[in-house]
Design a protein around this ligand. Sequence first.
Ligand code: S3P
Length: 170
Amino acid sequence: MKIVLVGYMASGKSTVGRLLASHLQMQFIDLDDYIEANQKKSIKNIFSEKGEIFFRKLEHEMLKEVLEKEESIIISTGGGTPCYGNNMTTILEQADTSIYLDLSIPNLVNRISKEKESRPLVKNIPDAELPVFIGKHLFERRPYYMQAKNVVDCNGADVETVVQRIRDLL
Ligand code: S3P
């Protein structure tokens, strides 16, 4: 059994995934952590030393590797994972279910402005430009996220509530 969480940066995929996994007594894999362990480097350093294309190829390979494991796993992906190559098709074909954690642009801006430094794609965007950047970026990415089998509205919901909403869907 594989459950894959998708959504924009800072939508809570890792926090929700970890709690959901403990509720369901399943294993949890955060794809970014898995990539960092494979490379023995932070995502930030992979981007700065090897570039985004290298990261996207690796992300694709690691996604396939995790989906091929025998165990029951909750997988939280990176914000870009479903949006490159055939990754979303792979998720739809290989996971038992997929869930988009949907958050509004203002809520994403609010969260991301507090933790920009570790995120290579936004760290150089001035705070004043974040709403426009995130708005455009989400416009490009949402069509991929919306292909997930389920969409969970995370606006105004704490982690426990989001986990309960997911459990109600399963
Ligand atoms: C990315 C999101 C990040 C990480 C990398 C690229 C993206 O993951 O995979 O920095 O393209 O949106 P989070 O969504 O966990 O921040």
